[in-house]
Ligand binder design. Structure first.
Ligand SMILES: Nc1ncnc2c1ncn2[C@@H]1O[C@H](COP(=O)(O)OP(=O)(O)O)[C@@H](O)[C@H]1O
Ligand SMILES: [Mg+2]
Length: 332
């Protein structure tokens, strides 16, 4: 695995405020890496330093193995797409896509070929002569993508590119960006605050909080073994409790079993509790149980019950259990 770009001890301060706090991160070549985290955690600032629009306060940005910390943006060979994709309204779709090539003085015939190629890649060849304002939001976003891809960037940087699209289109575009990435073999860095987007799209995801990296890895690695409570909560885990040995653990609702009889299952965790709510959701029922963990702390657990034969009504006394292998231990 080669590295397309790297953050080496990178810090960005704005006055007294530290937006990015000493991050070390390698971006693997030919993969899609996601920077994920809540608003304000430093994702855009990191991307802007990678692009060269801002200089780190300290640390280095490496691109293709050389120190690019002081290299101006136009000499980094990057394509960028932002949330607001800012197409030129007075130019046709093809002219928009060819803009970066013209700036780079790519000759006419070559330019025409690469514009056509980029438009085909995003499925908009038939709209080459249209004006951007005649296009839907999703189509405009594809034009912005084609414009970034046409210059054959060494790195494609995407900052929340889907957040202005409606929910259905957003989900379609996730697959579309994956396909384009796979077909071109481009190295992509995508910024998003949407965990589903990151899980679905990434080869690697990097979870950030307050300017620091909390965890990085393949989506399955991070999702099945969140390192700490922040990561677990961000990825949608809701059940947290303390185990008899004092460790903090989380467990997925679909891995909790509800039993009316109170019979303990095989080795693992079993707690007695009271059902406080049952939400019917068609394919399953989400059963909320109030119980007390090994520390004597009141905890509320949610079990995703798919077996229709399991009775559960508010007020029922039940036991909640999980196999030992389903308990995910967390660093606090
Ligand atoms: N130019 C700036 N001057 C002062 N503070 C900034 C500047 N740019 C970003 N910040 C602050 O740095 C933090 C991280 O911002 P940003 O990287 O945009 O977060 P994200 O993209 O993860 O939402 C935020 O608190 C933001 O207000
Ligand atoms: Mg941002």
């Amino acid at each position: 695995m080669t590295t397309a770009a790297e953050f080496v001890g990178v810090t960005q301060r704005f006055g007294d405020f530290t937006a990015v706090d000493g991050i070390d991160l390698a971006i693997p070549t030919g993969q899609l890496t996601t920077l994920l985290g809540p608003s304000g955690c430093g994702k855009t600032t990191s991307l802007r330093m990678l692009a060269g629009y801002t200089q780190p306060t300290s640390g280095r940005i490496m691109i293709a193995g050389t120190d690019a910390t002081r290299t101006p943006p136009e000499r980094r060979g990057l394509g960028m797409v932002f949330q607001s994709y800012a197409l030129f309204p007075h130019m046709s779709v093809a002219e928009n896509v060819g803009y970066g090539l013209k700036l780079r003085k790519v000759p006419g015939a070559e330019r025409t070929r690469r514009v056509a190629e980029a438009l085909d890649l995003v499925g908009l060849g038939h709209l080459a002569a249209s004006r951007p304002k005649k296009l839907s939001g999703g189509q405009q976003q594809r034009v912005a993508l084609a414009r970034a891809i046409a210059i054959r960037p060494t790195l494609l940087l995407l900052d929340e590119p889907l957040s202005n699209l409606d929910a259905r289109l957003r989900v379609q575009m996730r697959a579309e960006i994956r396909r384009i990435q796979a077909e071109t073999g481009l190295t992509v860095v995508l910024v998003t605050h949407d965990q589903d987007e990151a899980l679905e799209m990434s080869d690697r995801m990097v979870l950030m909080r307050e300017g620091r990296i909390m965890q990085e890895g393949a989506p399955t690695e991070v999702f099945t073994a969140p390192a700490n409570r922040f990561v677990a909560e961000f990825l949608g885990y809701e059940n947290f409790l303390t185990l008899p040995d004092g460790a903090l653990a989380t467990i997925r609702p679909e891995h909790l079993a509800i039993d009316r009889s109170g019979a303990a299952t095989s080795a693992g965790l079993t707690l007695d509790g009271t059902v406080v709510d049952v939400a019917y959701r068609g394919v399953d029922r989400l059963v909320t149980v109030d119980t007390v963990d090994a520390q004597g702390t009141a905890v509320r657990l949610m079990a995703d019950v798919r077996d229709e034969a399991v009775p559960a009504r508010a007020g029922d006394r039940v036991s909640v259990s999980a196999a030992a292998s389903r308990l995910i231990r967390l660093a606090a």
